[in-house]
Design a protein around this ligand. Structure first.
Ligand SMILES: NC(=O)c1ccc[n+]([C@@H]2O[C@H](COP(=O)([O-])OP(=O)(O)OC[C@H]3O[C@@H](n4cnc5c(N)ncnc54)[C@H](O)[C@@H]3O)[C@@H](O)[C@H]2O)c1
Length: 313
């Protein structure tokens, strides 16, 4: 049982939903958005208009058009004709459970319902679905989804393999980089990687090893540049020189494990929080959040384009 996905309904047009809308439009899909906030439509239009030039730079798919965006504040109207739902509503389990139960009641069984949830499990979200919980899946983007390719796909106890395979194939067909998680974890995976790194950064700052600013420099002018090209295991292959990953595992894994044993547990108190805030403010140099986000997105777009050019896509 499968259908072509031509029309995506995005529920909730806040930070993540607006970006998904821009992404799906750029990929030439029909998008209908729904949100209950009185200002949602105006905010969504403003967001997509601001994002569109970058999406044009990335390359629009055939047929991509801002005219293919619809908006309906009434959920059931918006859901009519949906091929896939990308749910981006508030991160509250009671809200999502009721919403999924309702959508499960009214949507044909082969419509995938994908949640962007960062912190809830699909097992919990689909708990009240009585008809076809097997078509519900987590499709967790990395912010902002119209720029960052990663999507973490993970099912719940009642999600079918077919749904997971269809979701993976759908995201991949749009140029996303979906990864499949075989177990549900708090924070999925990418946010856990961020948490692991940040734990050690905070620990070293707290221990007085280096400043907040230099910890950021160490990441973004050091390994962070390489992480944007290849993941850590592939990096070790390069680190192993001519012997590659085999040499690394044989000769360099032991010293690395030695460092792992010394990693710390920061005590996050008010002083540490204040130090981080001051360290971030020192780096801003008058630039707003929007200006920094725009600059970051431009660099990432350049990096993604270069990946294509050198064959590392
Ligand atoms: N913010 C992030 O960085 C991020 C990243 C990845 C995933 N997520 C996930 O995406 C989801 C949305 O997060 P967000 O940060 O965009 O939140 P947000 O608060 O910015 O947006 C939520 C939107 O849902 C709308 N809404 C509330 N009730 C609604 C209803 N009944 N019907 C339709 N819309 C309704 C709100 O008006 C709001 O616009 C969450 O599940 C979150 O975990 C967030």
């Amino acid at each position: 049982m499968s259908r072509d996905i031509k029309k995506v309904v995005v529920i909730g047009t806040g930070v993540i939903g607006a970006s998904w809308c821009a992404f799906y439009l750029a990929k030439g899909l029909d998008v209908v958005a729904t949100d209950i906030a009185p200002t949602a439509k105006a905010s969504l239009d403003a967001y997509i208009n601001a994002a569109w030039p970058m999406l044009e730079e990335l390359g629009l798919s055939p047929g991509a058009s801002l005219n293919r965006l619809g908006f309906d504040s009434v959920l059931d109207n918006a859901l009519k004709g949906a091929d896939l739902v990308q749910e981006c509503g508030p991160e509250r389990i009671d809200f999502k459970q009721d919403l999924y139960r309702h959508m499960d009641e009214i949507l044909p069984p082969d419509v995938i319902i994908a949640s962007s949830s960062s912190g809830l499990t699909m097992t919990d979200i689909q708990a009240k679905c009585e008809k076809h919980p097997e078509r519900c899946v987590i499709g967790h983007p990395f912010n902002p989804p119209h720029i960052i390719p990663l999507v973490e796909v993970v099912g719940g106890a009642k999600t079918s393999e077919e749904t997971i395979a269809r979701a993976m194939a759908f995201y991949a067909s749009l140029g996303k980089k979906p990864i499949r998680l075989f177990k549900a974890l708090a924070g999925h995976v990418a946010n856990r990687f961020q948490a692991a790194l940040y734990k050690e950064m905070l620990y070293l700052i707290e221990e007085g090893v280096l400043s907040v600013e230099d910890a950021d420099v160490a990441v973004s002018y050091g390994p962070g540049l390489r992480w944007g090209v290849m993941g850590q295991s592939l990096q070790w292959h390069l680190g192993g020189g001519a012997g590659g990953i085999d040499h690394f595992m044989e000769h360099l894994m032991t010293p690395l494990q030695g460092i792992m044993k010394t990693l710390g547990e920061p005590k996050v108190d008010d002083k540490l929080k204040k130090d981080v805030i001051a360290g971030v403010q020192a780096q801003l140099k008058g630039r707003s959040v929007d200006e920094l986000a725009d600059a970051e997105n431009r660099v990432i777009l350049g990096a993604l384009a270069l990946r294509q050019k050198v064959g590392l896509a």
